[in-house]
Design a binder for this molecule. Sequence first.
Ligand code: IPE
Ligand code: IPE
Ligand code: MG
Length: 245
Amino acid sequence: MAASKPQTIPHHIAIVMDGNGRWATRRFLPRVAGHKQGVESLRRCVKACVDRGVRVLTVFAFSSENWNRPPEEVSGLMDLMVGALAREVPKLGRDGVQLRFVGERGGLSPKMVKGLIDAESATAMNDRLVLNVCFNYGGRWDIAQAAAKLAERGEPLTELNLDRAMALAHVPDPDLFIRTGGEQRLSNFLLWQSAYAELFFSDKLWPEFDEAALDEGIAAFQNRERRFGKTSAQVTTNARSRQTA
Ligand code: IPE
Ligand code: IPE
Ligand code: MG
């Protein structure tokens, strides 16, 4: 008989929150209204992750390439971020959420950078869930900045050193990588860290991504066999001996 799979909750979930613009356009609303609704969806998802015992949630909020969007959409997204910080930080504290912002801060306004730093220090002591918000982030930027750091310190470019210099060095790699909105691509998110993440693509647009959709992703994850390069037989033998130990 096949060993039953443990119903493990992924420790770290990463999400490409895609589909806000289409959600708005279908309702004859400006795209920024979709992003606004996206913040509501993120709040619901954070709460659901806390309730399910997920320890790290990493979301893609603004990519290095999103600067190429129309200026009014970019400024709408910046304003939304500043507003959301002011409103959400006290609530996140109540749920035990520690906020971390990941990405290049150079291109952001001083007001925004101050908001990010203040939100991080206000939530630094919370320990139920680490919420990494990737803002002005790109996977290639991350690898390049890690290599530059090592070069500056004169450290060898080894896999371990690079790993420690990456922007998400404070958390383990994602177990489950979800993308909403129906596209099946990475769009430059967590290229280094997702080496062994299980991928799950949802057709739901991000503003519609609810608890049931999250549970679908978690259930798909629980049905995968993570082999990390080993054979299936090795993995099941290890799992059995762990169960009987
Ligand atoms: C994702 O939604 C949010 C950001 C990129 C900021 P989109 O804005 O990409 O939504 P679609 O893909 O156009 O529907
Ligand atoms: C990825 O979505 C970025 C975020 C969700 C923040 P995009 O909508 O920018 O990705 P592409 O352009 O469709 O690949
Ligand atoms: Mg998109």
